[in-house]
Each structure stands twice: as C-alpha cells, then as structure tokens.
Design a protein around this ligand. Structure first.
Ligand code: ATP
Length: 368
C-alpha cells in the first residue's frame, strides 16, 4: 500500500519540552501502527534557550528555513528563566516563526476528562468541551515589545495599538466556522461565539461586522455573540454551553488560561497555531524548569497537540483516512484512559510520571 509521507520539523527545545516531544512521537508511532497509511519523516531542528546559551543564537543556522519546508512543525517548549537576551527578554524563536509564517489561528481545546481535576462543583462541568480560537498575529499584540512596531513610548506616555484587519479576520472567521462544522459532524453543537467588545471599540465593532459578513457562507453553523467581560463570567457560570469561541489576540490570551484552568493543569493544554501554508503544534505550557529531568511532566498536552497535528495533516493532504483515524485513536485513548482511571499523571497527584503515562497511552492505543 502507498504510504503518504509527511515532513515534520521537530523542535524539542528546552526543559520538559524534550521529554514531552519524545512522548508525543512515540504515541504517534503507536497510532500509525493501528491505522497505517502514512509515515512521518522527522527532521530534528535545534532551537531554544539552551542552544542560545552555548552559541548566542536562538536557532541553528538554516533551521528556520528547514521549518519553512515542513508540512508541520512539532515543538516541545522553549525558554529557560536564567537565559535571556541582553535587553532582558526571553529567548523566543517560536514567536518569530509565528510571525514569519503568519500563524493567525491559535486553537486551544478545553475539554473535561473524567477523573481529572474539575474546578467547578456543578456536575454539568463534566461536559465542558470547547475551543478557544485566538487570533495570534495582530489584535493587541500587534505592537507588543517583541514586534517592535512604532507607537508612542516616552517617559510621559505609552500607547499600544489594537489592530484588526479585514484580511486576517476573514480567514480567522472562516477557520472558526469550518472548525464548528467539523465538530458538528462529530456530534458537538456546531456553534461559533464571537467574543468582542463591539459596544465600546471601533476595532471590535469592525471585527463583529466581518464575523456577520462571513457567517452567511456557513448556514449549518449556529452563531452567537458575547462581550468579553460577560464571556469571562459565563466561562465560570456555564462553560458547557459553548463550542467554538473566536476572539482577538489579547482576549484569547487571557480567556484560554481561564478556560484551561477549569479542566486541569498546564499538562493538559494542547495547542495548534495554523496559517495558510504552515502550522505549528505545541503544548501550551513552558519548559517547566522546576520539574525538568525528573520524569514528572505530564506529556498529555504534547500528545494531544500531536493529535491536532495529524488532523491538520489529513486536511493538508486533501483528506486522508489514515491520518484522521490516527488523530481519533489518540484522542479516544486519552478519553478511555481517564474513564478507566488508567491515566493518573503526577501533575494531578497521581502515581504516573512522563514515561508511565506515555506507555499507558500506547497500550490503550494497541488495545491492551
Ligand atoms: P512559559 O512562560 O514558558 O509559558 P511558565 O514559567 O509560565 O512558562 P510553565 O513552564 O508552563 O510556565 O510552568 C508553570 C507551572 O506549571 C510550573 O510549576 C510547572 O512545573 C507546571 N507545569 C507546566 N507544564 C507541566 C506539565 N506538562 N506537567 C506537569 N506540570 C507542568
């Protein structure tokens, strides 16, 4: 049988990034063993704070261009608190990749798993299963320090810009509606909520206007609006009522942490950053230097990020059953593992370190 080859740029990075990336690749291999039909050709790229400390560069020569050639980038975590640029900023080549590849759609799934921490007492919290879709290239991060875009900044006044463009917003909303359609086909609600502050800011009224313009092309998707302050309240009061929440960069930065906090810890927070031609997949957590090298990290965020990558690759290849099935096999294994109490990460007070969790997910995939 012909196997589809996917070229993956693998950046393990720093701290626990190395262990959780290895875990994710091992799990993908187990899923491939179940479904077949594809192979990952992995190109190991070197980047991060550790490399910067040795060489003064945040990425090995030529490796950024190599990332540009890949079908997808799989990243562990980057950064170490003690290693900084001369101006005090952190080592962050991944932010440069996000900018260079215009990875505008930041996908942050928030899902409650059985026997995992649940912060809300209401039993309906078991049904939390939503996506925070964070625009990731403009919004209030447009003039953020790392972008060094000119704004007023002197000792009497500092201004930052909140930038919304038609070009990016149209693509963002289309992405949101397609995501909702896909989720609907898997039994979810199929609803997109536009989270904004359209009652106060012209930029946000513009954002909502474009949302309204695009939604007509997706008649099967239900739509709603929420002001960001009301959305923060609703994420505590009734998060189970939401499906896909789309918003500008800064709102997404804040609400994805809030929503993630409802269903567990950093070790469960997966993330996809998708652009027109490139995509990067990484756990939302950092390099966690406090637990690195101790086999304590929960690898599930990285493993679930790899599942998002397989799903993306399936679409990129124009629809591919093996890749789609492999993504589903991983998600189902994690779901079943929690249901049967076979996944007990140390992060949640359990007895299973990085390797034990990884082995168990692989066993669940193999049907053991
Ligand atoms: P960054 O700024 O790079 O996101 P950070 O310092 O904000 O990093 P993390 O590195 O994500 O944060 O770590 C925050 C806390 O969460 C730490 O106590 C860390 O040990 C814990 N943590 C992060 N990831 C995991 C994981 N996968 N498993 C267990 N604990 C984790």
């Amino acid at each position: 049988m012909n196997e589809t080859i996917c070229n993956i740029a693998v950046i393990r990075g720093d701290g626990i990034g190395v262990d959780v990336t290895d875990a994710a690749l091992a799990v993908v291999e187990a899923a491939r063993g179940r479904t077949g039909g594809f192979q990952l050709a992995c190109n190991d790229l070197v980047a991060g704070a550790g490399y910067f400390k040795e060489t003064g560069q945040d990425m090995a020569p030529g490796h950024e261009n190599a990332a540009a050639q890949a079908d997808a980038i799989l990243l562990g975590a980057i950064g170490l608190p003690a290693v900084r640029h001369a101006d005090g900023t952190e080592i962050s080549p991944h932010l440069r990749l996000r900018e260079r590849f215009q990875l505008y759609a930041g996908v942050r799934p928030v899902k409650a798993y059985p026997n995992a921490p649940r912060r809300l007492a209401d039993p309906r919290a078991d049904a939390i299963d939503l996506i925070i879709l964070r625009e990731s290239t403009e919004g209030l991060f447009y003039s953020a320090a790392a972008n060094k875009r000119e704004t007023v900044a002197n000792d009497s006044e500092v201004q930052d810009i909140l930038r919304i463009t038609r070009h990016t917003s149209e693509k963002l909303f289309d992405f949101a509606f397609r995501l909702a359609e896909k989720r609907k086909s898997k039994g979810r609600k199929g609803m997109v909520t536009c989270v904004d502050k359209a009652n106060v800011f012209r930029s946000m009224a513009f954002f909502r206007k474009i949302f309204d313009e695009r939604k007509g092309a997706f008649p099967d998707v239900e739509t709603s609006y929420n002001y960001v302050d009301a959305q923060a309240l609703d994420l505590i009061r009734r998060p189970w009522d939401f499906d896909v929440l789309v918003m500008e960069n800064m709102f997404g930065d804040i609400l994805s942490d809030l929503a993630g906090g409802l269903v567990g810890g950093m070790g469960m927070a997966s993330c996809a950053e998708v652009g027109d031609d490139h995509a990067l997949f990484q756990p939302a957590h950092g390099s966690a230097p406090d637990i690195m090298g101790q086999d304590k990290a929960n690898p599930l965020a990285a493993i679930l990020s790899a599942a998002l990558m397989l799903d993306y690759l399936a679409d990129r290849m124009g629809g591919h059953d093996g890749l789609t099935d492999a993504a589903t096999v991983i998600e189902d294994a994690v779901q079943k593992g929690f249901e049967q109490n076979r996944l007990r990460p140390m992060e949640f007070g359990g007895d299973m370190g990085t390797q034990a969790v990884t082995r168990e997910v692989m066993a669940l995939i193999s049907g053991d």
